[in-house]
Ligand binder design. Structure first.
Ligand SMILES: Cc1cc2nc3c(=O)[nH]c(=O)nc-3n(C[C@H](O)[C@H](O)[C@H](O)COP(=O)(O)OP(=O)(O)OC[C@H]3O[C@@H](n4cnc5c(N)ncnc54)[C@H](O)[C@@H]3O)c2cc1C
Length: 543
Protein backbone atom coordinates (compact mmCIF):
# COMPACT_ATOMS: atom_id res chain seq x y z
CA UNK A 1 0.00 0.00 0.00
CA UNK A 2 2.81 2.41 0.94
CA UNK A 3 4.58 1.60 -2.32
CA UNK A 4 1.44 2.26 -4.39
CA UNK A 5 0.92 5.56 -2.62
CA UNK A 6 4.53 6.54 -3.21
CA UNK A 7 4.21 5.75 -6.92
CA UNK A 8 1.06 7.82 -7.13
CA UNK A 9 2.73 10.82 -5.49
CA UNK A 10 5.80 10.58 -7.66
CA UNK A 11 3.87 10.24 -10.90
CA UNK A 12 1.83 13.29 -10.12
CA UNK A 13 4.71 15.34 -8.86
CA UNK A 14 4.16 18.83 -10.21
CA UNK A 15 6.39 21.81 -9.87
CA UNK A 16 3.41 23.84 -8.67
CA UNK A 17 3.47 22.05 -5.35
CA UNK A 18 7.09 22.75 -4.64
CA UNK A 19 8.53 25.37 -2.28
CA UNK A 20 9.91 28.38 -4.20
CA UNK A 21 12.86 30.65 -3.44
CA UNK A 22 13.56 33.84 -5.40
CA UNK A 23 16.98 35.26 -6.26
CA UNK A 24 18.43 37.64 -8.81
CA UNK A 25 21.29 35.33 -9.69
CA UNK A 26 21.69 31.62 -9.09
CA UNK A 27 25.23 30.24 -9.23
CA UNK A 28 25.76 26.49 -9.40
CA UNK A 29 29.20 25.65 -8.06
CA UNK A 30 31.57 26.88 -5.39
CA UNK A 31 34.85 26.56 -7.25
CA UNK A 32 36.85 29.48 -8.60
CA UNK A 33 34.34 30.12 -11.42
CA UNK A 34 31.23 30.34 -9.25
CA UNK A 35 32.91 32.18 -6.39
CA UNK A 36 34.62 34.73 -8.66
CA UNK A 37 31.33 35.50 -10.39
CA UNK A 38 29.69 36.09 -7.01
CA UNK A 39 32.67 38.17 -5.85
CA UNK A 40 32.21 40.67 -8.67
CA UNK A 41 28.40 40.95 -8.42
CA UNK A 42 27.15 44.07 -6.62
CA UNK A 43 25.55 43.96 -3.14
CA UNK A 44 22.24 45.07 -4.66
CA UNK A 45 21.69 41.61 -6.18
CA UNK A 46 20.44 38.66 -4.18
CA UNK A 47 22.70 35.75 -5.06
CA UNK A 48 22.46 32.02 -4.28
CA UNK A 49 25.55 29.79 -4.50
CA UNK A 50 24.64 26.09 -4.55
CA UNK A 51 27.12 23.26 -4.32
CA UNK A 52 26.26 19.65 -4.22
CA UNK A 53 28.41 18.36 -1.36
CA UNK A 54 30.94 20.05 0.92
CA UNK A 55 32.78 23.25 0.02
CA UNK A 56 36.04 21.28 -0.30
CA UNK A 57 34.62 18.91 -2.95
CA UNK A 58 35.84 20.87 -5.99
CA UNK A 59 38.81 20.83 -8.36
CA UNK A 60 39.62 24.35 -7.26
CA UNK A 61 40.17 23.15 -3.70
CA UNK A 62 42.79 20.61 -4.82
CA UNK A 63 44.41 22.63 -7.64
CA UNK A 64 48.14 22.51 -7.08
CA UNK A 65 50.66 24.15 -9.41
CA UNK A 66 49.25 27.62 -9.80
CA UNK A 67 47.65 30.26 -11.93
CA UNK A 68 49.26 31.69 -15.07
CA UNK A 69 49.65 35.40 -15.83
CA UNK A 70 52.31 37.50 -17.52
CA UNK A 71 53.50 39.42 -14.47
CA UNK A 72 57.25 39.15 -14.96
CA UNK A 73 59.04 42.08 -16.63
CA UNK A 74 60.40 39.62 -19.23
CA UNK A 75 56.91 38.41 -20.10
CA UNK A 76 53.92 39.95 -21.88
CA UNK A 77 50.31 39.06 -22.72
CA UNK A 78 51.53 38.50 -26.30
CA UNK A 79 53.90 35.71 -25.28
CA UNK A 80 51.24 34.14 -23.03
CA UNK A 81 48.85 34.41 -26.00
CA UNK A 82 51.30 32.59 -28.32
CA UNK A 83 51.87 29.78 -25.80
CA UNK A 84 48.12 29.31 -25.29
CA UNK A 85 47.50 29.22 -29.03
CA UNK A 86 50.30 26.68 -29.53
CA UNK A 87 48.84 24.34 -26.87
CA UNK A 88 45.34 24.72 -28.38
CA UNK A 89 46.56 23.01 -31.57
CA UNK A 90 44.71 25.14 -34.12
CA UNK A 91 41.33 25.44 -32.41
CA UNK A 92 41.67 28.37 -29.98
CA UNK A 93 39.25 31.23 -30.43
CA UNK A 94 41.75 34.08 -30.54
CA UNK A 95 39.43 36.79 -29.21
CA UNK A 96 38.74 34.69 -26.12
CA UNK A 97 42.46 34.04 -25.58
CA UNK A 98 43.18 37.79 -25.87
CA UNK A 99 40.63 38.47 -23.13
CA UNK A 100 42.24 35.81 -20.91
CA UNK A 101 45.85 36.94 -21.25
CA UNK A 102 45.12 40.67 -21.14
CA UNK A 103 42.64 40.74 -18.25
CA UNK A 104 44.34 37.98 -16.21
CA UNK A 105 47.21 40.12 -14.84
CA UNK A 106 44.75 42.83 -13.71
CA UNK A 107 42.56 40.33 -11.86
CA UNK A 108 45.55 38.83 -10.05
CA UNK A 109 46.96 42.19 -9.04
CA UNK A 110 43.51 43.04 -7.65
CA UNK A 111 43.40 39.78 -5.67
CA UNK A 112 46.90 40.26 -4.26
CA UNK A 113 46.00 43.76 -3.08
CA UNK A 114 42.96 42.31 -1.31
CA UNK A 115 44.94 39.64 0.50
CA UNK A 116 45.51 36.55 -1.67
CA UNK A 117 48.97 35.39 -0.82
CA UNK A 118 51.23 33.94 -3.52
CA UNK A 119 54.79 32.77 -2.85
CA UNK A 120 57.56 35.33 -3.19
CA UNK A 121 61.35 35.35 -3.13
CA UNK A 122 62.98 38.55 -1.86
CA UNK A 123 59.65 40.40 -2.23
CA UNK A 124 59.29 39.38 -5.89
CA UNK A 125 56.71 36.87 -7.06
CA UNK A 126 58.22 33.39 -7.26
CA UNK A 127 57.02 32.51 -10.75
CA UNK A 128 57.36 28.89 -11.84
CA UNK A 129 57.26 27.33 -15.29
CA UNK A 130 55.03 24.48 -16.47
CA UNK A 131 54.48 22.42 -19.63
CA UNK A 132 53.89 24.47 -22.80
CA UNK A 133 54.94 27.80 -21.22
CA UNK A 134 58.06 29.37 -22.72
CA UNK A 135 58.63 31.63 -19.70
CA UNK A 136 58.09 31.39 -15.94
CA UNK A 137 54.62 32.87 -15.28
CA UNK A 138 52.88 30.63 -12.76
CA UNK A 139 51.91 32.26 -9.47
CA UNK A 140 51.53 29.73 -6.70
CA UNK A 141 50.77 29.30 -3.02
CA UNK A 142 52.94 26.28 -2.20
CA UNK A 143 51.38 23.35 -4.04
CA UNK A 144 47.85 24.28 -2.87
CA UNK A 145 47.15 27.36 -4.97
CA UNK A 146 43.46 26.65 -5.55
CA UNK A 147 42.80 26.32 -1.84
CA UNK A 148 44.37 29.73 -1.13
CA UNK A 149 42.13 31.42 -3.73
CA UNK A 150 38.99 29.57 -2.58
CA UNK A 151 39.76 30.43 1.04
CA UNK A 152 40.06 34.12 0.18
CA UNK A 153 36.86 34.19 -1.89
CA UNK A 154 34.85 32.26 0.69
CA UNK A 155 35.85 34.50 3.57
CA UNK A 156 35.05 37.59 1.53
CA UNK A 157 31.65 36.29 0.39
CA UNK A 158 30.63 34.99 3.82
CA UNK A 159 30.67 38.56 5.08
CA UNK A 160 28.18 39.80 2.48
CA UNK A 161 24.47 39.95 3.31
CA UNK A 162 23.30 39.48 -0.31
CA UNK A 163 25.11 36.15 -0.78
CA UNK A 164 23.42 32.90 0.33
CA UNK A 165 25.40 29.64 0.39
CA UNK A 166 23.51 26.35 -0.01
CA UNK A 167 25.55 23.26 0.85
CA UNK A 168 24.34 19.77 -0.15
CA UNK A 169 22.24 21.47 -2.77
CA UNK A 170 22.11 19.51 -6.02
CA UNK A 171 20.75 21.20 -9.13
CA UNK A 172 18.79 18.55 -11.04
CA UNK A 173 16.83 20.36 -13.78
CA UNK A 174 16.96 23.69 -15.57
CA UNK A 175 13.54 24.95 -16.50
CA UNK A 176 13.56 26.79 -19.80
CA UNK A 177 10.55 28.19 -21.54
CA UNK A 178 10.57 29.87 -24.94
CA UNK A 179 14.40 29.67 -25.05
CA UNK A 180 14.68 31.56 -21.80
CA UNK A 181 15.82 30.38 -18.38
CA UNK A 182 13.05 30.41 -15.76
CA UNK A 183 14.11 28.39 -12.73
CA UNK A 184 16.14 25.48 -11.47
CA UNK A 185 14.78 22.47 -9.65
CA UNK A 186 17.21 21.74 -6.85
CA UNK A 187 17.39 19.00 -4.27
CA UNK A 188 18.26 20.80 -1.06
CA UNK A 189 19.30 18.11 1.42
CA UNK A 190 17.26 15.80 -0.85
CA UNK A 191 14.10 17.93 -0.71
CA UNK A 192 12.89 19.47 -4.01
CA UNK A 193 12.85 23.28 -4.09
CA UNK A 194 12.40 25.65 -7.03
CA UNK A 195 15.06 28.36 -7.25
CA UNK A 196 13.75 31.17 -9.43
CA UNK A 197 16.27 33.70 -10.76
CA UNK A 198 16.72 36.05 -13.67
CA UNK A 199 20.13 34.59 -14.45
CA UNK A 200 21.84 31.30 -13.73
CA UNK A 201 25.59 30.71 -13.89
CA UNK A 202 26.58 27.09 -14.44
CA UNK A 203 29.99 26.67 -12.80
CA UNK A 204 29.91 22.96 -12.13
CA UNK A 205 33.51 22.04 -13.04
CA UNK A 206 34.67 19.02 -15.04
CA UNK A 207 33.79 15.39 -15.67
CA UNK A 208 36.91 13.44 -14.69
CA UNK A 209 34.77 11.04 -12.64
CA UNK A 210 33.47 9.60 -15.92
CA UNK A 211 36.75 7.71 -16.15
CA UNK A 212 37.93 5.08 -13.67
CA UNK A 213 41.39 6.71 -13.50
CA UNK A 214 41.18 10.37 -12.56
CA UNK A 215 42.70 13.23 -10.60
CA UNK A 216 39.27 14.83 -10.19
CA UNK A 217 37.17 15.11 -7.02
CA UNK A 218 33.89 13.23 -6.57
CA UNK A 219 31.89 16.28 -7.65
CA UNK A 220 33.30 16.18 -11.21
CA UNK A 221 30.51 14.21 -12.87
CA UNK A 222 29.84 16.39 -15.92
CA UNK A 223 26.58 17.84 -14.58
CA UNK A 224 27.11 21.17 -16.39
CA UNK A 225 27.16 19.99 -20.01
CA UNK A 226 24.42 17.44 -19.27
CA UNK A 227 22.10 19.99 -17.61
CA UNK A 228 22.69 22.51 -20.38
CA UNK A 229 22.27 19.94 -23.15
CA UNK A 230 19.01 18.69 -21.62
CA UNK A 231 17.81 22.30 -21.49
CA UNK A 232 18.62 22.75 -25.21
CA UNK A 233 21.90 24.71 -25.07
CA UNK A 234 24.80 24.29 -27.48
CA UNK A 235 27.71 22.14 -26.29
CA UNK A 236 31.05 22.00 -28.06
CA UNK A 237 34.38 20.21 -28.42
CA UNK A 238 33.58 17.45 -25.93
CA UNK A 239 36.02 14.99 -27.54
CA UNK A 240 38.93 17.02 -26.16
CA UNK A 241 39.44 15.53 -22.72
CA UNK A 242 42.83 16.21 -21.22
CA UNK A 243 44.67 13.32 -19.56
CA UNK A 244 47.48 14.33 -17.23
CA UNK A 245 50.71 12.37 -17.71
CA UNK A 246 52.12 12.47 -14.18
CA UNK A 247 49.57 10.99 -11.81
CA UNK A 248 50.80 8.67 -9.07
CA UNK A 249 50.19 5.07 -10.05
CA UNK A 250 48.30 3.50 -7.16
CA UNK A 251 44.83 2.30 -6.23
CA UNK A 252 43.50 5.48 -4.66
CA UNK A 253 40.59 7.40 -6.14
CA UNK A 254 40.99 10.18 -7.05
CA UNK A 255 44.66 9.55 -7.79
CA UNK A 256 47.32 11.96 -6.55
CA UNK A 257 48.44 14.48 -9.14
CA UNK A 258 52.16 15.22 -9.27
CA UNK A 259 52.03 18.76 -10.57
CA UNK A 260 53.78 19.76 -13.75
CA UNK A 261 55.63 22.38 -11.72
CA UNK A 262 57.84 19.50 -10.48
CA UNK A 263 59.03 19.10 -14.06
CA UNK A 264 59.39 22.89 -14.17
CA UNK A 265 61.94 22.44 -11.37
CA UNK A 266 63.76 19.73 -13.30
CA UNK A 267 62.00 16.42 -12.56
CA UNK A 268 62.47 14.02 -15.50
CA UNK A 269 60.34 11.23 -16.94
CA UNK A 270 61.93 7.83 -17.42
CA UNK A 271 60.79 4.43 -18.68
CA UNK A 272 61.32 1.13 -16.85
CA UNK A 273 64.86 0.84 -18.30
CA UNK A 274 65.79 4.31 -17.04
CA UNK A 275 65.67 6.03 -20.47
CA UNK A 276 64.46 9.65 -20.59
CA UNK A 277 61.24 9.33 -22.55
CA UNK A 278 60.92 12.88 -23.92
CA UNK A 279 64.49 13.20 -25.27
CA UNK A 280 64.34 13.93 -29.02
CA UNK A 281 60.51 13.91 -29.04
CA UNK A 282 59.76 17.61 -28.52
CA UNK A 283 61.96 20.70 -28.16
CA UNK A 284 60.50 21.39 -24.66
CA UNK A 285 61.28 17.76 -23.65
CA UNK A 286 59.66 17.04 -20.22
CA UNK A 287 57.89 20.38 -20.41
CA UNK A 288 56.15 19.64 -23.71
CA UNK A 289 52.35 20.16 -23.64
CA UNK A 290 50.50 17.41 -21.79
CA UNK A 291 48.96 15.79 -24.85
CA UNK A 292 52.41 15.40 -26.43
CA UNK A 293 53.72 13.58 -23.34
CA UNK A 294 50.61 11.40 -23.03
CA UNK A 295 50.88 10.46 -26.70
CA UNK A 296 54.51 9.48 -26.20
CA UNK A 297 53.52 7.38 -23.17
CA UNK A 298 50.79 5.67 -25.21
CA UNK A 299 53.34 4.86 -27.92
CA UNK A 300 55.77 3.33 -25.43
CA UNK A 301 52.98 1.36 -23.75
CA UNK A 302 51.98 -0.13 -27.09
CA UNK A 303 55.41 -0.65 -28.67
CA UNK A 304 57.57 -1.41 -25.65
CA UNK A 305 54.98 -2.89 -23.30
CA UNK A 306 55.59 -0.22 -20.63
CA UNK A 307 52.96 -0.32 -17.87
CA UNK A 308 53.87 2.97 -16.24
CA UNK A 309 56.63 5.59 -16.19
CA UNK A 310 58.81 7.09 -13.47
CA UNK A 311 59.19 10.65 -12.30
CA UNK A 312 62.76 11.19 -11.23
CA UNK A 313 63.20 13.83 -8.53
CA UNK A 314 66.21 12.21 -6.87
CA UNK A 315 68.47 15.14 -7.76
CA UNK A 316 66.15 17.69 -6.04
CA UNK A 317 67.82 19.65 -3.27
CA UNK A 318 65.80 19.92 -0.04
CA UNK A 319 65.02 23.61 -0.70
CA UNK A 320 63.32 22.68 -4.01
CA UNK A 321 60.78 20.62 -2.08
CA UNK A 322 59.76 23.65 -0.04
CA UNK A 323 57.43 24.57 -2.91
CA UNK A 324 55.73 21.17 -2.78
CA UNK A 325 55.06 20.43 0.90
CA UNK A 326 51.71 18.77 0.24
CA UNK A 327 53.02 16.43 -2.46
CA UNK A 328 56.11 15.59 -0.45
CA UNK A 329 54.09 14.64 2.62
CA UNK A 330 51.55 12.65 0.55
CA UNK A 331 54.38 10.70 -1.08
CA UNK A 332 55.99 10.07 2.30
CA UNK A 333 52.67 8.82 3.68
CA UNK A 334 52.55 6.32 0.81
CA UNK A 335 56.07 5.09 1.51
CA UNK A 336 58.14 6.94 -1.11
CA UNK A 337 61.52 8.42 -0.30
CA UNK A 338 61.96 11.15 -2.94
CA UNK A 339 65.75 11.18 -2.48
CA UNK A 340 66.18 7.56 -3.46
CA UNK A 341 62.96 6.36 -5.12
CA UNK A 342 61.63 6.80 -8.61
CA UNK A 343 57.93 7.66 -8.45
CA UNK A 344 55.64 5.55 -10.68
CA UNK A 345 53.21 7.63 -12.76
CA UNK A 346 50.72 7.07 -15.57
CA UNK A 347 48.01 9.17 -17.26
CA UNK A 348 44.60 9.84 -15.72
CA UNK A 349 41.66 12.00 -16.81
CA UNK A 350 42.18 15.55 -15.67
CA UNK A 351 40.46 18.39 -17.51
CA UNK A 352 37.36 18.85 -19.68
CA UNK A 353 38.54 21.08 -22.52
CA UNK A 354 35.15 21.41 -24.24
CA UNK A 355 31.85 22.14 -22.55
CA UNK A 356 28.93 24.52 -22.70
CA UNK A 357 29.40 26.91 -25.56
CA UNK A 358 29.66 30.56 -24.52
CA UNK A 359 30.54 33.96 -25.95
CA UNK A 360 33.02 36.43 -24.45
CA UNK A 361 30.59 37.26 -21.62
CA UNK A 362 29.85 33.68 -20.64
CA UNK A 363 26.44 33.76 -22.33
CA UNK A 364 25.25 30.40 -23.64
CA UNK A 365 22.81 29.90 -26.50
CA UNK A 366 19.88 30.16 -24.03
CA UNK A 367 18.83 33.52 -22.66
CA UNK A 368 19.54 33.87 -18.96
CA UNK A 369 21.94 30.92 -18.82
CA UNK A 370 25.67 31.63 -18.39
CA UNK A 371 28.51 29.14 -18.03
CA UNK A 372 31.89 29.70 -16.44
CA UNK A 373 35.07 27.78 -15.62
CA UNK A 374 35.84 24.21 -16.58
CA UNK A 375 32.26 23.48 -17.63
CA UNK A 376 32.29 26.27 -20.22
CA UNK A 377 33.81 26.23 -23.68
CA UNK A 378 34.82 29.85 -24.20
CA UNK A 379 37.31 28.85 -26.90
CA UNK A 380 40.39 29.75 -24.84
CA UNK A 381 41.69 26.20 -24.71
CA UNK A 382 41.06 25.14 -28.32
CA UNK A 383 41.87 21.44 -28.56
CA UNK A 384 44.00 21.36 -25.42
CA UNK A 385 44.45 23.53 -22.34
CA UNK A 386 47.74 25.15 -21.45
CA UNK A 387 48.74 24.31 -17.86
CA UNK A 388 47.51 26.75 -15.19
CA UNK A 389 45.20 28.58 -17.59
CA UNK A 390 42.05 27.07 -16.07
CA UNK A 391 42.03 28.78 -12.69
CA UNK A 392 42.70 31.97 -14.64
CA UNK A 393 39.78 31.33 -16.99
CA UNK A 394 37.33 30.98 -14.07
CA UNK A 395 38.55 34.23 -12.56
CA UNK A 396 38.63 36.33 -15.74
CA UNK A 397 35.35 35.11 -17.18
CA UNK A 398 33.62 35.13 -13.78
CA UNK A 399 34.19 38.89 -13.66
CA UNK A 400 32.98 39.36 -17.22
CA UNK A 401 29.76 37.47 -16.46
CA UNK A 402 29.20 39.50 -13.28
CA UNK A 403 29.75 42.75 -15.20
CA UNK A 404 27.35 41.69 -17.93
CA UNK A 405 24.60 40.66 -15.51
CA UNK A 406 25.04 43.92 -13.59
CA UNK A 407 24.81 46.10 -16.67
CA UNK A 408 22.04 44.23 -18.43
CA UNK A 409 18.48 45.15 -17.56
CA UNK A 410 16.91 43.40 -20.52
CA UNK A 411 16.07 40.05 -19.04
CA UNK A 412 13.69 40.11 -16.15
CA UNK A 413 12.58 36.96 -14.44
CA UNK A 414 8.99 35.95 -15.03
CA UNK A 415 7.98 33.43 -12.42
CA UNK A 416 4.79 32.43 -14.25
CA UNK A 417 5.41 29.05 -15.81
CA UNK A 418 4.17 25.54 -15.52
CA UNK A 419 6.44 22.55 -15.58
CA UNK A 420 5.63 18.92 -15.20
CA UNK A 421 8.30 16.45 -14.40
CA UNK A 422 7.89 12.92 -15.69
CA UNK A 423 8.86 10.84 -12.69
CA UNK A 424 8.40 7.08 -12.76
CA UNK A 425 8.95 5.41 -9.48
CA UNK A 426 11.23 2.44 -9.58
CA UNK A 427 14.04 1.09 -7.53
CA UNK A 428 15.24 -1.42 -10.09
CA UNK A 429 18.36 0.49 -11.14
CA UNK A 430 21.53 0.06 -9.10
CA UNK A 431 22.99 3.53 -9.73
CA UNK A 432 26.26 2.79 -7.96
CA UNK A 433 26.97 -0.22 -10.09
CA UNK A 434 25.89 1.48 -13.31
CA UNK A 435 28.27 4.38 -12.64
CA UNK A 436 31.09 1.98 -11.88
CA UNK A 437 30.57 0.21 -15.19
CA UNK A 438 30.41 3.51 -17.05
CA UNK A 439 33.75 4.65 -15.60
CA UNK A 440 35.48 1.46 -16.72
CA UNK A 441 33.87 1.52 -20.18
CA UNK A 442 34.89 5.15 -20.71
CA UNK A 443 38.46 4.51 -19.51
CA UNK A 444 38.89 1.43 -21.70
CA UNK A 445 37.16 2.74 -24.84
CA UNK A 446 37.18 6.53 -24.82
CA UNK A 447 40.38 7.25 -22.86
CA UNK A 448 43.67 8.72 -24.04
CA UNK A 449 44.03 6.37 -27.04
CA UNK A 450 40.88 5.91 -29.09
CA UNK A 451 39.70 4.12 -32.20
CA UNK A 452 36.36 3.86 -34.02
CA UNK A 453 35.58 0.33 -32.89
CA UNK A 454 36.16 0.96 -29.17
CA UNK A 455 34.25 4.23 -29.29
CA UNK A 456 31.30 2.50 -30.95
CA UNK A 457 31.33 -0.11 -28.17
CA UNK A 458 31.24 2.65 -25.58
CA UNK A 459 28.37 4.35 -27.39
CA UNK A 460 26.27 1.18 -27.38
CA UNK A 461 26.79 0.81 -23.62
CA UNK A 462 25.90 4.46 -23.06
CA UNK A 463 22.73 4.22 -25.16
CA UNK A 464 21.55 1.13 -23.29
CA UNK A 465 22.27 2.75 -19.93
CA UNK A 466 20.43 5.90 -20.93
CA UNK A 467 17.35 3.97 -21.97
CA UNK A 468 17.32 2.21 -18.60
CA UNK A 469 17.72 5.47 -16.74
CA UNK A 470 15.08 7.29 -18.75
CA UNK A 471 12.60 4.49 -18.09
CA UNK A 472 13.29 4.68 -14.37
CA UNK A 473 13.34 8.42 -13.71
CA UNK A 474 13.47 9.39 -10.06
CA UNK A 475 13.58 12.58 -8.12
CA UNK A 476 16.89 11.87 -6.42
CA UNK A 477 20.49 13.05 -6.63
CA UNK A 478 21.67 9.48 -7.35
CA UNK A 479 19.42 9.34 -10.38
CA UNK A 480 20.30 12.77 -11.77
CA UNK A 481 24.03 12.36 -11.25
CA UNK A 482 24.03 9.00 -13.00
CA UNK A 483 21.90 10.41 -15.84
CA UNK A 484 24.30 13.34 -16.23
CA UNK A 485 27.31 11.03 -16.34
CA UNK A 486 25.71 8.98 -19.11
CA UNK A 487 24.68 12.07 -21.10
CA UNK A 488 28.12 13.62 -20.71
CA UNK A 489 29.78 10.31 -21.64
CA UNK A 490 27.64 10.20 -24.74
CA UNK A 491 28.55 13.78 -25.68
CA UNK A 492 32.26 12.90 -25.36
CA UNK A 493 31.99 9.62 -27.25
CA UNK A 494 29.83 10.85 -30.11
CA UNK A 495 32.14 13.82 -30.69
CA UNK A 496 35.17 11.52 -30.55
CA UNK A 497 33.58 9.27 -33.20
CA UNK A 498 32.74 12.30 -35.32
CA UNK A 499 36.28 13.76 -35.31
CA UNK A 500 38.23 11.45 -37.60
CA UNK A 501 41.66 12.93 -36.95
CA UNK A 502 44.08 13.38 -34.04
CA UNK A 503 44.43 16.83 -32.59
CA UNK A 504 45.26 18.24 -29.17
CA UNK A 505 43.85 16.10 -26.41
CA UNK A 506 41.96 13.84 -28.85
CA UNK A 507 44.10 10.96 -30.13
CA UNK A 508 42.72 8.35 -32.54
CA UNK A 509 45.07 5.55 -33.48
CA UNK A 510 42.97 4.86 -36.60
CA UNK A 511 43.33 8.51 -37.70
CA UNK A 512 46.72 9.44 -36.23
CA UNK A 513 47.26 12.63 -38.25
CA UNK A 514 45.83 16.10 -37.97
CA UNK A 515 43.47 16.96 -40.83
CA UNK A 516 43.21 20.74 -41.11
CA UNK A 517 41.27 20.62 -44.37
CA UNK A 518 38.27 18.83 -42.87
CA UNK A 519 38.55 19.32 -39.11
CA UNK A 520 40.04 22.70 -38.23
CA UNK A 521 36.61 23.40 -36.81
CA UNK A 522 34.64 23.02 -33.58
CA UNK A 523 32.41 20.04 -32.96
CA UNK A 524 29.08 21.41 -31.80
CA UNK A 525 25.98 19.60 -30.66
CA UNK A 526 22.46 20.60 -29.73
CA UNK A 527 19.57 18.37 -28.68
CA UNK A 528 17.38 19.59 -31.53
CA UNK A 529 20.09 19.46 -34.18
CA UNK A 530 22.62 16.71 -33.41
CA UNK A 531 26.33 17.03 -34.16
CA UNK A 532 27.77 19.50 -36.65
CA UNK A 533 31.08 21.21 -37.38
CA UNK A 534 31.27 24.93 -36.91
CA UNK A 535 33.88 27.52 -37.91
CA UNK A 536 36.14 28.75 -35.15
CA UNK A 537 34.54 32.10 -34.53
CA UNK A 538 31.02 31.07 -35.40
CA UNK A 539 30.90 28.47 -32.60
CA UNK A 540 31.32 30.90 -29.74
CA UNK A 541 28.20 32.97 -29.57
CA UNK A 542 25.65 33.75 -26.88
CA UNK A 543 22.00 34.67 -27.15
C1 LIG B 1 44.27 17.72 -8.78
C2 LIG B 1 44.05 18.92 -9.67
C3 LIG B 1 45.04 19.89 -9.78
C4 LIG B 1 44.85 21.00 -10.59
N1 LIG B 1 45.82 21.97 -10.63
C5 LIG B 1 45.59 23.10 -11.36
C6 LIG B 1 46.50 24.19 -11.32
O1 LIG B 1 47.50 24.17 -10.63
N2 LIG B 1 46.22 25.29 -12.08
C7 LIG B 1 45.09 25.38 -12.86
O2 LIG B 1 44.89 26.40 -13.53
N3 LIG B 1 44.21 24.36 -12.88
C8 LIG B 1 44.41 23.25 -12.16
N4 LIG B 1 43.50 22.23 -12.19
C9 LIG B 1 42.24 22.43 -12.91
C10 LIG B 1 41.40 23.43 -12.12
O3 LIG B 1 41.55 23.15 -10.74
C11 LIG B 1 39.93 23.36 -12.49
O4 LIG B 1 39.79 23.42 -13.88
C12 LIG B 1 39.19 24.52 -11.87
O5 LIG B 1 39.43 24.59 -10.49
C13 LIG B 1 37.71 24.38 -12.14
O6 LIG B 1 37.03 25.36 -11.40
P1 LIG B 1 35.46 25.43 -11.49
O7 LIG B 1 35.04 26.51 -10.60
O8 LIG B 1 35.07 25.49 -12.92
O9 LIG B 1 34.96 24.00 -10.95
P2 LIG B 1 35.23 23.29 -9.55
O10 LIG B 1 36.28 23.97 -8.77
O11 LIG B 1 35.42 21.84 -9.81
O12 LIG B 1 33.85 23.49 -8.77
C14 LIG B 1 32.68 22.83 -9.22
C15 LIG B 1 31.57 23.12 -8.23
O13 LIG B 1 30.32 22.75 -8.83
C16 LIG B 1 29.53 22.05 -7.88
N5 LIG B 1 28.57 21.21 -8.63
C17 LIG B 1 28.81 20.36 -9.65
N6 LIG B 1 27.66 19.84 -10.10
C18 LIG B 1 26.66 20.36 -9.34
C19 LIG B 1 25.25 20.21 -9.30
N7 LIG B 1 24.58 19.41 -10.16
N8 LIG B 1 24.55 20.91 -8.38
C20 LIG B 1 25.18 21.72 -7.50
N9 LIG B 1 26.50 21.90 -7.49
C21 LIG B 1 27.24 21.24 -8.40
C22 LIG B 1 30.53 21.29 -7.05
O14 LIG B 1 29.94 20.93 -5.83
C23 LIG B 1 31.65 22.34 -6.94
O15 LIG B 1 31.37 23.21 -5.87
C24 LIG B 1 43.66 21.11 -11.36
C25 LIG B 1 42.68 20.14 -11.27
C26 LIG B 1 42.85 19.05 -10.42
C27 LIG B 1 41.78 18.02 -10.33
Amino acid sequence: MIKILQEYILKHFSILNVQRENFDVLIIGAGIAGLSTAFYLPDSLKVAICYKSSFEDSSTWIAQGGIAASLSPLDSPDVHFEDTIAAGDGLCYEDAVRVLVEEGPERLKEFMKLGVSFDTVDDYLDLSIEGGHTLPRILHAGDRTGREIARFLKSNLRGRKNIFFFENCFVGELIVDDDEFKAALVLLKNKPVLFIARAIVIATGGAGQLFSQTTNPLSATGDGPALAFRAGARICNMEFYQFHPTVLMDNTSPRLLLTEALRGYGARLRDSKGNLIMEGVHPLRDLAPRHVIVKRMAQLMKEEGEKCFFLDTRHFKEDMWKNFPFIKSELKKRGYNTETDLIPVSPASHFMVGGINTDLFGKTSIRGIFACGETAATGVHGANRLASNSLLEGLVYGKRIADFITSEERFVSDARFEYRLEVKSSVTVDFYNLRKQLKEVMWQNAGFVRNGEDLQRALEFLNEGLTRLQNNAQLSREYYECLNMFICGKLITESAIFRKESRGAHFREDYPLKDDINYKKNTCTEKSRGLFLCDLKEAFYGW
